[in-house]
Design a protein around this ligand. Structure first.
Ligand SMILES: [Zn+2]
Length: 411
């Protein structure tokens, strides 16, 4: 295939909005009705069984989901109780495990039809083709509660000619891109499957989605908040996927074998561990899962080492992942994970993320995995890169709170 690679910086501009997606999550939570204590869909069957034993008969008819992309989607159902009319009804849904949204439903007193609706707005917006797992939660006038079995649908954009592919590893949607992008992403995920499994201890608990736009206008349509021309990608565990826009002569091979694998690495981070957003740890780790590198990351860091420019890694703030030198944190972080793999295998990666998940600080976790002091780890990593083992004097940097900002840095 012909790969036209305009410049490295084009691909530097692919953004991962981990910080922003965290903000999306927070805002979405704040805007949603409180669903704390609501049983998960998995519990619905048990609830239904217990309700049935209390001699109330429930009937469920005409379960309907309607995509009204990009404005939102709506749900309808007719649910009746033998004990009396319904008093309350809610529609509850999630796009990926871990996050639920809900809305109160309207009950038509004459027809008994329930209607629930979600309107896309601001930070609440989601891209097309996210999965929607939903169920109804209703209570009749006698206080009997009932939940329907979970239903699975997709928030479809039927106004355009999307190409959908699904494998054991991923669901890929592409629009206005060469059709082989779907196969490339499927193949890349298959090729990396065992590395993910070994490094994380298991595969993701859901099938991730890659939603790939080759059309800027279509991309802008769903981004009610983020219609920022600099943003060309978002990844959110809330959606269980990554959304990217590629225009002009995008490097399709890198999109699949680099970007998608990198972003799926971030989805693993969200599912399996706790890592500080916007850190070399989180970006170096996601970069570690790219098969196709934009350039020789390790080579670049070895050049830094040879020039005496290798910064302090473990103590202090470490190399940054934003601003003019955004790639430093990605590349240097990547070399740390390569060093860890060479010396401790993917098993070392798995141990590290499990320790971080318990809330242990990163230096302490690295010390436990390696059996070495933090200073010794830093020294050995430096020597491996061809630098002097002497760690440069650390000049303390002020702690800065990075407010989530949409910037064209990093990936
Ligand atoms: Zn990233």
């Amino acid at each position: 295939m012909t790969i036209r690679f305009r410049s490295v910086t084009l691909f530097l501009a692919v953004i991962l909005l981990f910080i922003v997606s965290a903000a999306v999550s927070l805002q979405a939570t704040a805007q949603d009705d409180n669903t704390a204590g609501t049983p998960s869909p998995e519990a619905a069957g048990d609830t239904a069984a217990s309700v049935a034993s209390s001699s109330v008969n429930w009937t469920v008819e005409n379960l309907t989901f309607t995509s009204d992309y990009p404005a939102g989607f709506s749900f309808e159902a007719t649910i009746t109780s033998s004990a009396g009319p319904l008093e309350r009804a809610r529609i509850i849904w999630s796009h990926a495990p871990g996050t639920q949204r809900s809305r109160p439903a309207e009950i038509d007193a004459d027809t008994g039809i329930l209607t629930g609706r979600w309107d896309a707005s601001g930070a609440d917006a989601v891209p097309p083709w996210v999965g929607v797992i939903y169920y109804w939660d209703v209570t009749d006038v006698e206080g009997n509660a009932f939940q329907t079995e979970p239903q699975y649908v997709e928030y479809a954009d039927d106004t355009r000619d999307w190409v959908r592919s699904e494998s054991d590893d991923i669901i890929v949607f592409s629009l206005d891109l060469p059709s082989d992008i779907n196969d490339l992403a499927v193949d890349a995920m298959a090729e990396q499957r065992e590395k993910y499994r070994a490094a994380w201890g298991d595969l993701l608990p859901y099938k991730p989605r890659a939603i790939l736009f080759g059309n800027r206008e279509a991309w802008n349509e769903w981004q009610i908040t983020y219609a920022d021309p600099r943003v060309i990608g978002l990844t959110a565990s809330d959606w269980g996927g990554t959304v990217q826009v590629v225009t002009n002569s995008g490097n399709l091979y890198h999109l699949a074998y680099g970007t998608v694998l990198h972003e799926v690495g971030h989805l693993y981070q969200s599912s399996f561990t706790v890592m500080a957003a916007g850190s070399w740890l989180i970006e170096g780790d996601a970069t570690f899962f790219e098969i196709d590198q934009q350039y020789d990351y390790e080579g670049r860091v070895r050049t830094m080492a040879a020039n005496g420019d290798l910064p302090v890694l473990l103590n202090g703030s470490g190399p940054g992942v934003s601003g003019r030198n955004a790639r430093a944190g990605y590349d240097i972080g990547y070399t740390f994970f390569r060093w860890l793999e060479i010396n401790y295998g993917l098993e070392g990666h798995r141990e590290l993320i499990e320790l971080l998940d318990t809330g242990i600080g990163r230096v302490e976790a690295i010390e436990i995995v390696t059996g070495l002091s933090g200073e010794e780890v830093e020294s050995r990593w430096r020597v491996w890169l061809g630098a002097s083992p002497i760690v440069p004097t650390l000049h303390p940097t002020p702690t800065i709170f990075f407010f989530p900002t949409v910037t064209p840095y990093g990936q």
